[in-house]
Design a protein around this ligand. Structure first.
Ligand SMILES: [Zn+2]
Ligand SMILES: [Zn+2]
Ligand SMILES: [Zn+2]
Ligand SMILES: [Zn+2]
Ligand SMILES: [Zn+2]
Length: 673
């Protein structure tokens, strides 16, 4: 989950759908050059040009075809579709069709590159394709880069000799993928080769091995680069600068014209810019700004976002350096491209080469409060077509996420809410199900499968969030494990069980009283997934074609769960009692400072105990302590709290000891949670 959230964090600040998420390779052509020199087809996402056997989908976000490639497994031909953009900059999030040369299976080619280059060429039959999962390093296209698509492949087709293509593929398949602007650190960093401009002509610029081979080798600038003078250490983080969108485009533009000095100026300038401040307001004087004013609509973009998203694209002439009102007066500004819905709409506008898509979303934003966790009041809300209570999309997100991609047919305006009703938008990055909503919407956008998004959204809209360690009243899913039923709340059922092996063992039950959900923690989810996977590997089915459990894996799970339940009984209820008693005492003790660490630590502890832990397996094996308060506290604040307890002994004579006990119980529970 954490991993997924991280990916979405990047998407959110980058571009949330593949037509734009791969925009680092987006067309660098300018309108006035369009006729003279068309951009390579892998660089543009415009749906207007495509091979005749592909048909744009209704939304225009992907292609279908009546003649799927012969190299696909027969059963997968029916669901075949072709991506509209090439996912070359990052790993694709969802299942997709991938193609590989039969001799170099480590070299991934996306469906778009396959259809635009390989299909119907003399080499088509040397490749095999199939549906593969997303979110792996293999789900990144390494064909759609200039070295392959502009040089090696056309040469191979012309000479009918694939050798140089295969040599490149073999070498590239062995090179680790770049991590883009996120950077690399630790052991992953030190095994990579890095390049720089010779004589440090562009101070600070580094290129990773993959980008060096994909863009620099074979270009007119090849001789300008050499291996980096320094080898990074594990403690450092290095980020490849060729992956910075503005530098990618400047490289393509100026290497083609063989104008090294222009590239040096462009790259040096871009590297000197501060990163976008995102949702934080910053002083207008802290950086340069760009914008457009048209009628009563104006947008303001920070210089970094201007360079990365607008400069050297079809739209760059539309934006002018922004003269802020009264030059000497300082104002506070937010970059409009930091607003997710606008950033997404801009990506769509660039992809379809229709600036109005972005402009329309800006006009809506102008009249709408910022979409944030606090929600908004008195706006026109949207929801799924046919209605869906508790699924709300604000006007800006409707415009930027939905209209920009032609997805309106799946949505409708809501009836007016009673005046004063405040709601949070489900496309807001602070919404509880944001990551799940957006990943499924992404699939709905880019593949023929819209249904999974609609079904999942309807289901989730009626389900409360899991309360984690707090027992809750809900319609639980239950499974009898050796007579002792295990309970899973509806939200966790959707996350971990539905449509996966062994889910048919769970029954939907309404039970009196409160119950504890047992599949909310990363630890338990990981252990249950191991049971699911073992059953899938064993692959023995019952009469209804359901998987039977792998007995060893299931027995291991049951044994662990019994241990965990025992620890739960011995710790959590006692902790809750102690905390309640301590809070009560605090309430009565007027002399206790409300800001004391004791008070805030209690607060923190109770919030930690009720929070849902999605991270990696907790490893509470380190304990903290000092000689005056003793050892064995789970966290450093346990020590502080105990120290406070000692000092305040006269005031809260019964409290200090309880605090230490809570810390100990908490540590025991966290080890198995
Ligand atoms: Zn591709
Ligand atoms: Zn790179
Ligand atoms: Zn910005
Ligand atoms: Zn919104
Ligand atoms: Zn749950």
């Amino acid at each position: 989950m954490q991993d997924l959230r991280d990916r979405f964090e990047t998407l959110n600040t980058g571009n949330p759908s593949a037509p734009q998420s791969s925009s680092s390779g987006v067309s660098g052509h300018r309108p006035e050059q369009a006729n003279a020199r068309r951009p390579a087809s892998y660089k543009t996402y415009s749906g207007t040009e495509h091979p005749p056997h592909l048909v744009p989908s209704m939304s225009g976000n992907f292609f279908t075809t009546s003649s799927p490639p012969s190299c696909l497994p027969a059963a997968q031909k029916k669901g075949y579709y072709v991506g509209r953009g090439c996912p070359s900059g990052e790993d694709l999030l969802h299942d997709a069709f991938w193609f590989r040369h039969i001799d170099v299976p480590g070299f991934s080619i996306c469906s778009r590159c396959f259809e635009f280059y390989v299909r119907h060429s003399v080499f088509e039959l040397d490749f095999a394709g199939k549906l593969e999962p997303g979110q792996t390093d293999a789900a990144r296209c390494i064909f759609g880069v200039s070295r392959m698509a502009d040089q090696l492949w056309p040469e191979a087709v012309m000479t009918r000799d694939l050798q140089s293509v295969k040599t490149y593929m073999e070498a590239r398949a062995k090179t680790p993928n770049g991590r883009g602007m996120g950077g690399v650190s630790g052991t992953a960093l030190v095994v990579l080769k890095w390049y720089q401009a010779k004589h440090d002509a562009i101070p600070g610029l580094v290129a990773c091995e993959a980008c060096y081979n994909a863009f620099i080798v074979g270009s007119s600038f090849e001789g300008r680069f050499s291996l980096h003078d320094h080898q990074p250490t594990q403690e450092q983080t290095w980020a490849c600068d060729i992956a910075v969108p503005n530098i990618t485009r400047a490289f393509a533009e100026y290497s083609e014209a063989n104008d090294w000095s222009k590239f040096v100026i462009a790259a040096t300038s871009r590297l000197s810019k501060p990163s976008c401040a995102g949702f934080n307001t910053v002083s207008s004087r802290s950086r340069e700004w760009y914008g457009i004013i048209c009628g009563d609509v104006s947008v303001v973009i920070c210089e970094t976002c201007f360079l990365d998203s607008m400069a050297l694209t079809a739209f760059d002439k539309q934006y002018k350096p922004k003269l802020l009102p009264k030059e000497n007066k300082e104002t506070q500004l937010i970059c409009d491209l930091a607003i997710p819905a606008l950033k997404v709409a801009y990506g769509a506008a660039l992809g379809y080469e229709k600036h109005d898509i972005f402009w329309n979303a800006c006009k809506v934003q102008l009249k709408t409060p910022m979409c944030r966790g606090a929600g908004m009041t008195n706006v026109q809300w949207y929801t799924l077509r046919g209605g869906c209570d508790n699924f709300d999309v604000c006007p800006t997100c409707y415009s930027g996420f939905i209209c920009a991609f032609g997805m309106q047919i799946h949505f409708q305006p809501q009836k007016k809410c009673p005046p004063g009703t405040t709601k949070m938008c489900d496309f807001c990055s602070e919404a509880p199900n944001f990551a799940k909503t957006i990943i499924r919407y992404h699939v709905a956008l880019e593949t023929p499968d819209t249904e999974q998004f609609i079904t999942h959204t309807r289901r989730m809209a009626s389900i409360s969030l899991c309360t984690g360690v707090k027992q809750q009243v809900a319609q639980f899913w239950r499974i009898g494990l050796k007579g002792d039923p295990m309970s899973v709340c509806p939200a966790c059922y959707e996350d971990v069980l539905r449509d996966r092996p062994l889910s048919h063992y769970f029954n939907h039950e309404v039970l009196p009283g409160k119950h504890l959900c047992e599949l909310y923690s990363a630890n338990m989810r990981r252990r249950w997934r191991a049971v699911q996977e073992a059953s899938a590997v064993q692959n023995i089915r019952d009469a209804n074609n359901n998987f039977l459990p792998d007995e060893t894996a299931l027995a291991n799970f049951i044994a662990y769960r019994e241990h965990r339940t025992q620890v739960f009984i011995e710790t959590v209820p006692v902790m809750e009692q102690l905390l309640a008693a301590a809070q009560n005492r605090l309430f009565q003790q007027q002399r206790l400072n409300q800001n004391s660490s004791f008070y805030s630590n209690l607060d923190r502890m109770s919030s930690a105990a009720s929070g849902i832990y999605y991270g990696p397996l907790p490893a509470y094996t380190t304990t903290y302590g000092n000689s005056s308060v003793g050892y064995g506290f789970a966290t450093p604040w346990g020590v502080e709290g105990a120290a406070y307890g000692q000092q305040a002994a006269a005031v809260a004579s019964q409290g200090g000891g309880d605090f230490a006990r809570v810390a100990y119980l908490e540590a025991r529970w966290k080890e198995v949670e």
